[in-house]
Every structure is written in C-alpha cells, then in structure tokens.
Design a binder for this molecule. Structure first.
Ligand SMILES: Nc1ncnc2c1ncn2[C@@H]1O[C@H](COP(=O)(O)OP(=O)(O)OP(=O)(O)O)[C@@H](O)[C@H]1O
Length: 236
C-alpha cells in the first residue's frame, strides 16, 4: 500500500549532463500516479536528456531520481530491465524490427521480459492490440502499416507489462496532424485508465486543447506549471 501512494517519479536537486555539458541544473519535480504531464522546451533545451535519465539511459550526475520505486542513482545494471518493465518508452521513430510481424515484435519483448506461458502471451497480445485499435494487424509486417499504425504497435509494446508510467519522446513527431490527433487521443485514453504519462512534444495544439500540467526546459532550468506561471507563447 505504501508503494502505491508514492509518486511515480520523484526528482530532487538533480543535475543532468551530456558529456561535460550541463543540460539541466537543480531540477525538482514529482509525477503522481495517473498524472498527465507535458514536457516542452526549444530544440536542444534538454527534454530528451531528462527523459533518458528517467528511464536510466543516462546517468545522473548529482541529486536523486526515483522512478517506479527504483532509486536511479543507485540502480545496478542488472536491475535496469526490471525498471523498464514498470515503465513504457515511446520515441518518435517507431523502432520496430522491420523484418518481423507485429506479433513477433511484441512477443520478442514479452519473452525478453519473462513471459513464458504461450496461452497467456497470446491473450495479452490480443488484449494490447485491441487496446490500441489494431485487433486485425497481428500478422502484418511493419511496412504494411501506416506510420500511425506502426506507432500504435509501439504503444501496444509499451503497454505489455502494465507500466505505471509512459515516457513518450515526441511520439507524434513523424506523423501528419490528423494521425497525430488519433495517437494523442490514444495516450489520453490510456491515461484515463490510470497510467501516468510524461510526453515531450512540440505540438502546440495538444497543449492548447488539453490544459494539463507542463514542465518546460528553459535555459538550463526546469519550470513547472504546477509551481510557477510561465509564458507558453514563446517558442517551445
Ligand atoms: N549524446 C549526446 N552527446 C553529447 N551531447 C548531447 C547528446 N545528446 C544531446 N546532447 C546535447 O544536450 C543538449 C540537450 O539535448 P536534448 O536532445 O536533450 O534536447 P531536446 O530538448 O530533447 O531537443 P529536441 O527538441 O531537438 O529533441 C543539447 O545541447 C544537445 O546538443
């Protein structure tokens, strides 16, 4: 029970570096269970670097970051796969195996994350594909799917292990506006059923239409709309 009430993400006094370059300094924020949070900022302001820290792809120089109950400052390499089972990661480039079917793409991740029982694999597979509106795509190759459909497969893959949070880095960056809206709606629907979402985006329309909390990377700092008012009309 205690774990349930803890924030999904808790960042205290963290500094984030890319090599010798300090990208973000002294950042502090929490994301609670089931929250939806946008991450904005100009190109190069540090959004991807922050997300990488949160999914343990970039070490934290100083400060503390807890994600899904894992202390990322102390996490051992062998524990990173267990952290990754509790979170979902979605990028703008779809990163599916081009030479494997949708089913094979998903079962690859299932087997890598400990799924063994064939019946359970089959039913979970059907469940996540239905969830993203791709019930009929199980046997398709990625190239037989549109960009939006491929991104739905990626989202299905991220949902397999019922993550507590999805980290999405420009998930609609390669999609046209109408398809982007469909993908965004899917994220909102996933969020409504309890999964927290942190989404980096340059899409002004999403933010205008959905007044959610916003974290903004600006000049090496992270601003939080829950704490301070800031100008969103400047470029982001
Ligand atoms: N692998 C890397 N090695 C060295 N520096 C990097 C690396 N990746 C990013 N950087 C630098 O870190 C800074 C932050 O980059 P980051 O990719 O986090 O920005 P971003 O806000 O995600 O940008 P975009 O909106 O273009 O995706 C930039 O100055 C960038 O050049």
């Amino acid at each position: 029970m205690e774990l349930d009430s803890r924030p999904v993400v808790e960042v205290s006094e963290a500094n984030i570096y890319q090599e010798d370059h300090k990208v973000l300094s002294d950042i502090n924020f929490r994301i609670e269970k089931g929250e939806f949070v946008f991450l904005v900022g100009r190109t190069g302001s540090g959004k991807s670097s922050l997300l990488k820290c949160l999914y343990a792809d970039l070490p934290i120089a100083s400060g503390a970051i807890d994600v899904a109950g894992y202390n990322l400052k102390k996490i051992k390499n062998k524990d990173i796969p267990f952290l990754r089972r509790k979170i979902g990661i979605i990028f703008q480039d779809f990163q599916l195996f081009p030479d494997r079917t949708v089913t094979e793409n998903l079962t690859f991740v299932m087997r890598a994350t400990g799924w063994k029982d064939r019946t359970k694999i089959k039913s979970r597979l059907a469940e996540v594909l239905m969830r993203v509106g791709l019930g009929a795509a199980a046997d398709k190759m990625p190239h037989q799917l549109s960009g939006g459909e491929q991104q739905r497969v990626v989202i299905a893959r991220a949902l397999i292990n019922e993550p507590v949070i999805l980290f999405a880095d420009e998930p609609t960056g390669n999609l046209d506006p109408e398809v982007s809206n469909g993908i965004f709606s899917l994220f909102k629907e996933i969020n409504r059923s309890g999964t927290a979402i942190l989404m980096a985006t340059h899409n002004h329309k999403f933010i205008e239409d959905h007044p959610e909390r916003i974290l903004k990377c600006e000049e090496g700092k992270l601003l939080d709309s829950a704490e301070v008012e800031f100008n969103l009309s400047s470029h982001y």
